[in-house]
Design a protein around this ligand. Structure first.
Ligand code: PRP
Length: 210
C-alpha cells in the first residue's frame, strides 16, 4: 500500500502541525531536519508529509495527489470546495475581520466603497450577505497598506493579536469569522482509505489541546 500522503502548510502552522503529529506518536524528525527535501517520510514510513503553501495544500488535496492536509480555515473559506473538513485542530486561531482607518465612518455615505483583501471570495460573500455593493481589489500581502496608501476604504483580513491594525492606525469595524487549522481529506481517499484516515484522525483528536 502506498504511504498516506499528507500536505502540511508551511510557515505559521508548520511547527504546531509537526508537534501534534509527534504527540500522537508519529516520528517527525524528518520535518525538523528536512534540508531542501520536499517529500518527507513521517511515522513508521506509512505516511509522507509534503510542505506547501496553504493554497497549494488545498489544490493537492482536492486533486487527490495528497490524501490529507492541514490548512487554515481562512484558505478553506477562500478556495476549498471539494474536500472534507474532518477535524478542527484548534491551533492557528485568529479571525477574519473588516477593518478601516480609525475613526472613519466606514458605512457612511452612498459612494461604492473599495475593499482590499488577500481573500476576495470571503470579502465578496461578506458584503453580499449585507446586500452592499463594493469594489474588491486583490492584494497579496500586507493588505493594511492599501487604505494607508489611499487605494481602499477598508480591508478584509486576518487579525490575530490586532497589533498590525493598531500600529497602522486601523481598527476592526466588524468581525467576520473565527478561523483555525483544520484536517482536510480528499473525498476519494476518504472512501478508499477510510480505516487509516479515521484511525489517524482519532489519534490526533486525542492529543488536541482543549
Ligand atoms: C497576517 C495578516 C495581518 C497580520 C495580523 O499577515 O494578514 O497582516 O498577520 O496579525 P496581528 O493581528 O497579530 O498583527 P502575515 O504576517 O501572514 O503576512 P502578509 O500580510 O504578508 O500576508
Amino acid at each position: 500500500m502506498k504511504p498516506l500522503r499528507i500536505a502540511l502548510t508551511k510557515g505559521r502552522l508548520e511547527k504546531k502541525s509537526a508537534a501534534l503529529f509527534e504527540k500522537a506518536g508519529f516520528d517527525c524528525q524528518s520535518l525538523t531536519d528536512k534540508g531542501r527535501r520536499l517529500i518527507l517520510p513521517i511515522g513508521d514510513g506509512k505516511m509522507e508529509a509534503v510542505l506547501a503553501k496553504a493554497a497549494d495544500v488545498i489544490t493537492y488535496v482536492e486533486q487527490g495527489v495528497c490524501d490529507l492536509g492541514v490548512v487554515g480555515k481562512d484558505t478553506i473559506m477562500e478556495q476549498g470546495h471539494q474536500l472534507f473538513e474532518i477535524l478542527d485542530l484548534g491551533f492557528g486561531r485568529c479571525g477574519f475581520a473588516l477593518a478601516a482607518p480609525r475613526g472613519a465612518d466606514f458605512y457612511g455615505g452612498y459612494r461604492v466603497k473599495t475593499i482590499a483583501s488577500k481573500y476576495p471570495s470571503v470579502a465578496r460573500r461578506f458584503f453580499e450577505s449585507k446586500h452592499m455593493d463594493v469594489r474588491i481589489i486583490k492584494i497579496e500581502g500586507s493588505v493594511e497598506l492599501a487604505p494607508l496608501l489611499g487605494l481602499s476604504d477598508g480591508i478584509v483580513d486576518i487579525v490575530e493579536t490586532g497589533a498590525t491594525l493598531k500600529e497602522n492606525g486601523l481598527e476592526v469595524i466588524e468581525p467576520i469569522a473565527q478561523v483555525s487549522a483544520r484536517l482536510v481529506v480528499n473525498p476519494a481517499s476518504m472512501k478508499l482509505r477510510k480505516g487509516e484516515i479515521e484511525a489517524l484522525a482519532a489519534k490526533l483528536e486525542e492529543k488536541l489541546e482543549r
